[in-house]
Ligand binder design. Structure first.
Ligand code: CTP
Ligand code: ZN
Length: 151
């Protein structure tokens, strides 16, 4: 069965495909889609040949920026971002973990200013992408994959 049957094609916008099945709803959270006026479709538990089950997000009328796309990599490292123009896939972008991560993740140091001051937004430098290792800009704590949690 073709996957297109479960969720219709879009004319213009962005399709985020190959999302791990349990990550689609989390992705919606971090993508900040509140201002989008076009239709947004979110599907999970889709059958995928390569992934077993997967999620997909289709956003009509919005081309995600490189910065927005790269945030996706933290929870969906194998996601594909398709930019659609007039029903055609114009661009297929593989997500990559950015060099600097703003917001999204939380510092594991309870004394870090980001955990104590409401207005200080987290910022991390990526030391290594795979496995993920980051350093907090504020308290300089290094965190590895198992210490990293999303805000
Ligand atoms: N898509 C869409 N609307 C369009 C064109 C494509 O929603 N007008 C979606 C497709 O359903 C698919 C994704 O965008 O989920 C990528 O499309 P395409 O490259 O044609 O599909 P595949 O070849 O299966 O992609 P991949 O090689 O990345 O698996
Ligand atoms: Zn910190």
């Amino acid at each position: 069965m073709k996957k297109e049957l479960s969720i219709s094609a879009i004319k213009d916008g962005t399709v985020v495909d190959h999302i791990p099945n349990n990550a689609a709803l989390k992705l919606v959270d971090i993508l900040d889609l509140k201002g989008v006026r076009g239709m947004i479709s979110i599907a999970t538990n889709l059958t995928s040949k390569t992934m077993g089950k997967k999620g997909i997000i289709k956003i009509s009328g919005k081309d995600l920026t490189k910065e927005e796309v790269d945030k996706i990599a933290l929870i969906a490292p194998h996601a594909t971002v398709n930019i659609i123009k007039n029903y055609d896939v114009k661009q297929k972008i593989k997500v990559t973990i950015p060099q600097v991560i703003n917001k999204i993740i939380k510092c594991s140091n309870p004394n870090c200013i980001t955990n104590n001051e409401k207005n200080v937004i987290t910022k991390f430098y990526v030391l290594n992408k795979d496995p993920l290792k980051v350093r907090c800009h504020y308290c300089e704590r290094n965190m590895e994959k198992e210490d990293i949690s999303l805000l």
